[in-house]
Ligand binder design. Structure first.
Ligand SMILES: Nc1ncnc2c1ncn2[C@@H]1O[C@H](COP(=O)(O)OP(=O)(O)O)[C@@H](O)[C@H]1O
Ligand SMILES: [Mg+2]
Length: 250
């Protein structure tokens, strides 16, 4: 199902995850093209994190298949590990180490050291506005700063594919804007991003969004197309109508 000229870098088909008698994700199908931003949006407990964890090889699906960068995660997860960057909802940083030491640690994990690592850290320090907290221990940092540091740690090896779980939560609106312009710069340089959020407004920046509810994608498309299908109302209103089953597209 490839469009001409695009390449699918994430493909999930028939994904399902059951915890005990709770169906967290079901009938989940998704394709993400290289160099695009795909946003999964939905309320709490919709299954966003569970779906993302299955697509990064962190969680084994009850059923279904995931291919990432052409590899089947069930058998070849190792082959994609250093080509992807994953930021879980709460990335385990070392709270008694400084911001810089955390970056050094995550860099070393990815096999970077010496001058190359120093240069990359300096770059990310500027990009993520981490100059001030750089030498402070993580336990002293605010939520927003910790989020920026988590993102910097995720980007340390310049991955070509990013999975970001709620990257803008707890971040002030001004920095949120600059984060989005950074995401768009990354996309323009060919990086693919799959992210989750429960803020619909920021999803206007995505090439494609999937609206999730009760473990399923209930509506998918380009933000503008979704809005025009529903008479140009906001994405928020589209979601509410579809979620309530009163969605009547033209
Ligand atoms: N490890 C787990 N064990 C049991 N239930 C889980 C587990 N992880 C998630 N869930 C449940 O699965 C549902 C979907 O959760 P989640 O994927 O975290 O949603 P979201 O990220 O959209 O808030 C929720 O009802 C949640 O409580
Ligand atoms: Mg979540």
């Amino acid at each position: 199902m490839r469009e001409k000229g695009t390449k699918v870098v994430i493909s999930a088909s028939g994904l399902r995850k059951v915890f005990g008698d709770l169906v967290a994700v079901s009938d989940f199908n998704l394709e993400v093209s290289r160099g695009s931003i795909y946003g999964l949006v939905g309320p709490n407990a919709a299954g966003k994190t569970t779906a993302l964890r299955m697509m990064t090889g962190k969680l084994r699906p009850t059923a279904g298949q995931v291919r990432v960068l052409g590899f089947d995660l069930a058998t070849d997860a190792k082959k994609v590990r250093n080509r992807i960057g994953v930021m879980p909802q709460s990335l385990a940083l070392y709270s008694d180490l400084s911001a810089r030491e955390n970056l050094m640690f995550f860099g070393a994990l990815q096999g970077f050291r010496g001058e190359k690592l120093e240069r990359r850290i300096t770059e990310l320090e500027r990009l993520m506005k981490l100059e001030e907290p750089m030498e402070r221990v993580v336990s002293e940092l605010s939520g927003g700063t910790t989020r920026r540091l988590s993102l910097a740690c995720t980007l340390i090896h310049s991955p070509e594919l990013l999975f970001l779980d709620e990257p803008t939560v707890g971040i002030d609106p001004v920095f949120r804007d600059s984060l989005w312009s950074h995401f768009k710069d990354l996309r323009d340089s060919g990086v693919t991003i799959l992210l989750t959020s429960h803020y619909l407004a920021e999803m206007e920046n995505c090439e494609k969004i999937g609206m999730m509810r009760e473990g399923k994608i209930i509506l998918e498309g380009e933000p503008a197309a979704l809005r025009s299908k529903f008479d140009g109302i906001t994405l928020e209103e589209v979601f509410i109508r579809v979620a309530q089953g009163t969605g009547s597209a033209r």
